[in-house]
Design a binder for this molecule. Structure first.
Ligand SMILES: *Cc1c(COP(=O)(O)O)cnc(C)c1O
Length: 386
C-alpha cells in the first residue's frame, strides 16, 4: 500500500508557467491587457473559432452567453441534471427557469429524446455539458435546436481537448464556455473562455464582461487608446487578468503533452478495470475523442457487498483520494425545494449517481501513482465481491 496520500486532483505548474506569470507581474499589466488578448487569439485559433472572449470563470462565461442571447424571465433553458450546479445557477441568474432533461446512463450526457420531451413554447436554449470530456451527441442536439429555434450553449468545462466527429469542441453550438479552474485540463487558477462564430454575440459578451462599457482598459490606457467610454448596458465584472492569461498561454502550449499523460493513465485504468465484472469503465463512442478530464468508474453494485460511499472509504484507507461528479443538481436542497423535485424524477441520473467514483487522473501523476490506484481498486473489488 502507498505511504503517502494521493491527492485527487492538482494542476501541472512548471518553470515556464512560473516565468510567464513573473513576466506579467514585472510588466505593469497585471489585469486584462496584452497577454489576455494574446491568449484569446491563440485559443480562438486552437479551437478554430472566429471569436474568443476570456473571462474570470466558466460560470461567468455561461452567464454572459445567456445574457447576450437575450434570456430572461419567462424563458426556459434545458440542461442536464448530471452537472456542476453552475450550469443551472446561471440560468436562474438571468431570471429564466432551468428545466432538466435526464441523461443517457452510459455516456452520462444529456439524452436528446428527453430534451425533446421537455421542450415547451417557452424553451429558448439548451445547455449540453460534455461530461468528463466525452462529447454530447451534437448533431442530434443541433438538429433539435434548429427545428425549435433554440440557442445552444455548450458547457465545455471538461472539454478543452474533446472532439466530436473529428472536430474540436468550441464551434458547434452558438457559443461554448470553457473552464480553466485549478483542476481542469488547462488551468489558470480561476478562468474561462467563451468561443463563438457569431460576431454580434461576441461583441455583446465582450461588452457585458466589462461593466457594459464601450471600451476596455487596454483600449483606454494604452498608447492607442483614449479616455472616453460609455456604459451601454449594466454589465458585469467578469474579465480575465493577464496573470491568469500568462498561465493560459503556457498551459495551452503544453496541452497536447498533458493530454497524452491523461490518455495513457485512462488507457491503463481501462485495461485493468474492463477485466472486472464488478466495474464498468467509461465509454468512448465512435464519434468521440475523449479529453479525459475525469475518469469516472461505475460500480456494478449488485455484484459488490459494499456501496459507493464504502468503496470511497476503502480507497481512502488505501491512501487514494477520489471525488464524485456529480450530485445531480435537482437533488440539492435549493433546487429540490424550489422546484419540488422528488426521488424518481430523473431516474437515470439518480441511479448513476449511486454508483460513480472519479479516480485521480492528471498529468502530474506518476506511472507508479496510477499503478497504486489500479492495485487499490483491484484489492477492494476482490475483498468485497459477492
Ligand atoms: C468546473 C465546472 C464549471 C464551472 O467552471 P468555473 O470555471 O469554476 O466557473 C461549470 N460546469 C461544469 C460541468 C464544471 O465542471
Amino acid at each position: 500500500m502507498r505511504q503517502e496520500f494521493l491527492t485527487y486532483g492538482i494542476p501541472l505548474i512548471e518553470e515556464d508557467d512560473i516565468a510567464e506569470v513573473v513576466d506579467s507581474l514585472k510588466s505593469n499589466w497585471i489585469t486584462k491587457g496584452p497577454k489576455t488578448n494574446e491568449f484569446e487569439k491563440q485559443f480562438a485559433e486552437y479551437v478554430g473559432a472566429k471569436f474568443a472572449i476570456a473571462v474570470n470563470s466558466c460560470t461567468a462565461g455561461l452567464h454572459l452567453a445567456l445574457v447576450a442571447a437575450g434570456l430572461g424571465a419567462g424563458d426556459e433553458v434545458i440542461t442536464t441534471p448530471m452537472t456542476f450546479a453552475a450550469s443551472a445557477n446561471v440560468i436562474l441568474h438571468t431570471g429564466a427557469t432551468p428545466v432538466f432533461a435526464d441523461i443517457d446512463p452510459v455516456t452520462m450526457n444529456i439524452d436528446v429524446d428527453q430534451v425533446r420531451q421537455k421542450i415547451t413554447p417557452r424553451t429558448k436554449a439548451i445547455i449540453p455539458v460534455h461530461m468528463a470530456g466525452h462529447p454530447c451527441e451534437m448533431d442530434e442536439i443541433m438538429e433539435l435546436a434548429r427545428e425549435n429555434n433554440l440557442f445552444v450553449l455548450e458547457d465545455a468545462a471538461h472539454a478543452v481537448y474533446t472532439k466530436y466527429k473529428g472536430r474540436l469542441i468550441g464551434t458547434i453550438g452558438d457559443a461554448t464556455a470553457f473552464s480553466f479552474y485549478a483542476t481542469k485540463n488547462l488551468a489558470t487558477g480561476e478562468g474561462g473562455m467563451v468561443t463563438t462564430n457569431n460576431e454580434a454575440l461576441a461583441d455583446k459578451i465582450r461588452i457585458m464582461s466589462s461593466h457594459g462599457m464601450s471600451r476596455n482598459a487596454w483600449n483606454r490606457y494604452s498608447a492607442a487608446g483614449s479616455w472616453y467610454y460609455e456604459i451601454l448596458h449594466p454589465g458585469f465584472k467578469y474579465n480575465m487578468t493577464d496573470i491568469q492569461a500568462a498561465l493560459g498561454i503556457t498551459q495551452l502550449a503544453k496541452l497536447e503533452r498533458m493530454q497524452g499523460i491523461r490518455q495513457e493513465i485512462a488507457e491503463r485504468y481501462n485495461e485493468e478495470f474492463s477485466q472486472m465484472p464488478e466495474l464498468e469503465i467509461p465509454p468512448e463512442k465512435e464519434y468521440a475523442r475523449h479529453a479525459w478530464h475525469l475518469y469516472i468508474l461505475k460500480l456494478n453494485l449488485e455484484k459488490l457487498t459494499i456501496d459507493r460511499a464504502e468503496f470511497i472509504e476503502e480507497l481512502k484507507q488505501e491512501q487514494i483520494g477520489t471525488s464524485v461528479h456529480f450530485i445531480p443538481v435537482p437533488m440539492h436542497p435549493y433546487y429540490r425545494d424550489t422546484f419540488g423535485y422528488q426521488k424518481g424524477d430523473f431516474p437515470q441520473a439518480e441511479k448513476t449517481f449511486e454508483r460513480i467514483i472519479s479516480l485521480p487522473l492528471y498529468p502530474k501523476m506518476s506511472r507508479q501513482d496510477a499503478e497504486d490506484v489500479v492495485d487499490a481498486v483491484k484489492r477492494i473489488v476482490e475483498k468485497f465481491r459477492k
